[in-house]
Design a protein around this ligand. Structure first.
Ligand SMILES: [Mg+2]
Length: 237
């Protein structure tokens, strides 16, 4: 059975979220005179990302709102350096404004999507909020490849790796799961999640040396492996 549709994760798959968050945070800390509170810029970035890894899943689990997890990350980050902030919402908004001019797609993304457009149905399934993700896709010029085929956990009501959001993604592009590939950068959330929902799972590991297979998931080092011409090659495995 050939692949007739591809659903993508967004952050750190299509858009270089980690690099953008780093640039945005360092710009923000410099502008707010907070960088000297840290031993190094790296320490600040590691703390910021660690707090995100702790609080963002609470948003995905429905314990916090999207803005609620932003406020909590801000409060915890600033309390770590002993800074009191009366308005964490405004503080985060200033960070986001500095970050949002730095969004960038990975270099392999535009040519891959151009090559796939018209060959297979394309969509995204993301653990985030739709307005936020639409804004990012528009900022990097990728939105036209997906049209309305953008499904986000905040609006859907369940997050990856729950099978229901993968299946809803397949329904969104009008294909059965065994004809749909899912591509994401998190092995468990994206790869295993998609596999268990019955999709063709691809784990994007940009450190991998080549295409490999692991636990029913195809490991790819670059999105350029997804060109329409190589799908036949993957089918033979
Ligand atoms: Mg991701």
């Amino acid at each position: 059975m050939s692949i007739r549709g591809i659903l993508f994760d967004i952050d750190d798959t299509l858009i270089d979220y980690s690099a953008t968050a780093r640039v945005g945070l360092l710009r923000h800390l410099r502008a707010e005179d907070l960088l000297d509170y840290f031993l190094s810029p790296e320490e600040a970035v590691l703390l910021w990302r660690a707090l995100e890894e702790e609080e963002y899943p609470r948003f995905l689990a429905g314990e916090l709102t999207f803005t609620g997890q932003q406020q909590l990350r801000t409060k915890r980050f600033l309390s770590h350096i002993g800074v009191k902030e009366r308005d964490p919402v405004a503080w985060f908004a200033r960070y986001a404004a500095r970050r949002d001019t730095a969004w960038a797609a990975f270099p392999d993304v535009p040519p891959t999507l151009r090559g796939l457009s018209g060959q297979v149905a394309l969509g995204v399934v993301s653990n985030s909020s739709r307005a936020h993700q639409q804004g990012k896709l528009e900022a990097v010029g990728l939105h036209e490849h997906f049209g309305n085929a953008v499904l986000c956990s905040a609006e859907f009501g369940a997050a990856k790796p729950d099978p229901s959001i993968f299946l809803a993604g397949c329904a969104m592009i009008g294909l059965p799961p065994d004809q749909v590939a899912y591509v994401g950068d998190r092995f468990d959330t994206d790869g295993i999640g998609a596999r268990d929902a019955g999709l063709r799972a691809y784990w994007l590991d940009r450190t991998a040396r080549g295409v490999a297979h692991r636990d029913g998931v195809t490991v790819i080092p670059s999105l350029s492996e997804l060109s329409a011409t190589t799908f036949g090659h993957f089918d033979s495995h």
